[in-house]
Ligand binder design. Structure first.
Ligand code: ZN
Length: 697
């Protein structure tokens, strides 16, 4: 496939492009998985692999309707290889989500706090530990005796490597002190740097091929069908987690690690409890500096929520627990020449500088474009055309410039001057206070913006109008036939003129008008998405549709927000996963009269359906509408809402005749009274919890 597509932001991709890319990504991830897990011989580095995964997840999230490879989303690792017996893990072995910079660690902590509804006064303790670059294993003990041990495999089923694990000194064969009846210890089998050097020296001496890194050596040594081969290799084990445990009396992750230590396991000595994110980040910095001196390889830090009751409440999402994150160390960096800087104008008028590079290989792929983000970035790094630049591919597959090699700069080079006129329409550009982006102020008068917006409007996941591609839109735009999205539905008035244009036969004209007519009936969430409001992708559009149900209610609510109606604004930003930043973009959109007119105009031309909630599960509350009010004690509002939705209920923020249950927490306001008047069932939080008891999402 065309690797260039990967440099595009998801919002710039058409669904077909995304589909093509997702398929290609899935193929590539699967092939690397096989190299890594089955052949123990990866051909790309972790940073590159993580980038692929992250890109995959971003796209899959952005285009939820596209079929995606279950193998890639659910599997961690690979199926057990032939030759080993299989062991089904009593609890799935998950892998961790990644953070690639400090900002993402802060975001992780914010997510945890929001989910658990922790006020700023409550300390969120994180346990920080180095992320060992080895091979995960799970070891089961019953009544203090080692019963079996397994590789992670695909997360559900692993290989029985009991005999091999028994050869590792760090793994106790019997437990003594306060060991739970059943205990599955999880950790990392690794090889020290010294043992790796020695092994390679002896491989070399005996004419065998060398291992490329300690992890491959550890994996190759552990997965020997003959355990005496494993015994001959020097392997170690760090315990860091557990699967099934019964009974469990521990309250924190750290206590549990201590219990493991008391039972003879080796727990990494650099493990620390951090009471703030900043402390965890200091830990990251400290250990990054220690990295070279450590006797084993690490590739980042792991932060875990210390309180186990909180871990349980948070649970996991697809392949990763919500309560932990791996903060990776920085990526591979390569130097190359910057040949040119182009400025692209996007749908919202943002001028994005793109660097054209002398193609170079980073982390296994050829990179020829680099996003330069915005003019400040160019200014700050003093990036000039002709410079030699150090680039890296961090978490994203989108590469970036780390710095300029000043020593290699030509004495004749000139500072890059960011254009103040739009390169597409020639109009003025503007930067708002506090914003990094320079935007073309011409709005829909700017060809680039208007065309990009119309293109988005008719795209597959939006209005899905066949026969209106970029070329047609550009041509109709130039003729002045289409200036606003709603003009598309009045295009019939140019039918005769259209027939005179070359390339338009009567059949293609028929088809076009049929496609336009057919698109008049549109799902509410798709309509919202089609407006192309910044940050409002398909997911967000769906959330808005679920909460406002139909166009009238939404439009009224949005206009109220622009008029400073605090209640309407609070409703909006308290929708789970929406928040202030998206709210602000919606506000900006509806603050422009032209946009309000466009929406009104479209509402007139279209038949926008009332949104229907998809049923997700069968439970006592499936299909019911629930309203929460007041402060909930047992769980936060977001968590209560997520649970109710998982059980198939619709959670609304206001009482109406459609409401089935009002759940009243502490310090509830006037909703109970209204519910009473409407005859809605009112439940206390305890009654609500009792009703859901036994229901599983
Ligand atoms: Zn412009």
């Amino acid at each position: 496939m065309n690797k260039e597509i990967r440099h595009k932001m998801p919002s710039e991709l058409l669904e077909e492009e995304a589909k093509e890319e997702l398929t290609a990504l899935a193929e590539e991830i699967k092939s690397h998985d096989i190299e890594y897990y089955e052949d123990n011989n990866p051909t790309v580095d972790d940073v590159y692999y993580d980038g692929l995964r992250r890109r995959f997840e971003t796209l899959a999230g952005y285009f939820p309707r596209l079929p995606i490879s279950i193998e890639v989303t659910q599997k961690v690792g690979s199926p057990p290889a032939a030759g080993f017996d299989k062991i089904t893990h009593s609890e799935r072995m998950l892998s961790l989500a990644n953070a690639f910079d400090r900002k993402e660690v802060y975001e992780f902590s914010e997510r945890v706090r929001r989910f658990l509804r922790l006020g700023p006064e409550i300390t969120l303790e994180l346990v920080a530990e180095p992320k060992i670059d080895g091979l995960s294993a799970s070891i089961r003990y019953e009544k203090g005796q080692l019963v079996y041990g397994a590789t992670r495999g695909d997360g559900t089923t692993g290989e029985d490597i009991t005999k091999n694990l028994l050869t590792i000194d760090d793994i106790p064969k019997t437990l003594t002190k306060q060991a739970p009846n059943v205990l599955e210890v999880r950790g990392e089998v690794y090889m020290t740097k010294n043992a790796f050097e020695e092994l390679n020296a002896s491989q070399d001496a005996s004419g065998k091929s060398k291992f490329s890194n300690p992890r491959n050596a550890a994996a190759g040594s552990l997965r020997q069908l003959d355990p005496s081969m494993t015994a001959a290799r020097s392997l170690n084990f760090f315990a860091y987690s557990w699967g099934e445990v019964s009974p469990t009396k521990m309250e924190t992750h750290f206590d549990f690690l201590n219990l493991l230590k008391k039972n003879g396991f080796v727990v990494n000595g650099l493990t620390e409890i951090c009471s703030t994110v900043d402390q965890a980040l200091l830990c990251h910095e400290k250990i990054l500096n220690l990295r070279e001196q450590l006797p084993y390889e690490i590739d980042g830090m792991v932060y875990k929520v210390n309180r186990l009751d909180w871990q349980n409440r948070m649970g996991s999402i697809s392949r990763s627990p919500r309560w932990a994150i791996a903060h990776k160390f920085p990526a591979e960096q390569i130097e190359t020449r910057l040949i040119q800087i182009d400025i692209q104008v996007g749908r919202t008028g943002v001028l994005t500088p793109v660097g054209r590079l002398k193609p170079v290989k980073v982390g296994g792929v050829i990179v020829s474009n680099v996003s330069l983000h915005n003019e400040d970035e160019i200014q700050r790094k003093d990036i000039r055309v002709g410079d030699r630049v150090v680039i890296q591919r961090a978490g994203d597959v989108i590469p970036q410039v780390v710095r300029v090699n000043q020593n290699a700069r030509s004495r004749y080079s000139e500072k890059f001057v960011f254009p103040t006129k739009c390169p597409s329409c020639g109009n003025d550009t503007q930067r708002n206070e506090g914003e990094a982006a320079r935007k073309c102020v011409a709005g829909l008068v700017c060809d680039a913006q208007a065309i990009e917006r119309l293109r988005h409007f008719v795209s597959k996941n939006a209005m899905d109008i066949d026969g209106l591609g970029e070329k047609q839109i550009r041509s109709f735009w130039n003729k002045g036939w289409i200036q606003n999205p709603a003009d598309i539905f009045r295009l019939a008035r140019y039918r005769d003129e259209l027939a005179k244009l070359s390339g338009w036969g009567w059949k293609s004209i028929e088809n076009l008008f049929e496609a336009i007519e057919n698109s008049r009936g549109i799902r509410f969430d798709r309509f919202i998405y089609s407006l192309g409001i910044p940050q409002v992708g398909q997911q967000t559009a769906k959330l808005l549709a679920e909460n406002y149900i139909d166009i009238e209610h939404w439009q009224i609510a949005m206009v109220r927000c622009t008029q400073g109606d605090g209640a309407a604004w609070n409703l909006l930003i308290n929708i789970d996963q929406i928040g202030e930043s998206v709210g602000q973009d919606l506000l900006n959109f509806f603050n422009q009269q032209r946009n309000v007119d466009i929406v009104t105009d479209l509402a007139f031309e279209l038949n926008i359906e009332v949104y229907e909630i998809r049923k997700t599960a069968q439970s006592k509350i499936t299909g019911k509408t629930v309203v929460f009010t007041g402060t909930l004690v047992a769980m936060g509002r977001a968590e209560a809402k997520a649970l109710a939705e998982k059980l198939g209920a619709r959670v609304s923020s206001s009482i109406s005749q459609k409401t089935d249950y009002l759940v009243v927490g502490e310090a509830a306001g006037s909703k109970a009274k209204k519910a009473e008047q409407l005859g809605v069932s009112i439940l206390s939080e305890q009654e609500w919890m009792a009703m859901l008891d036994g229901e599983t999402p």
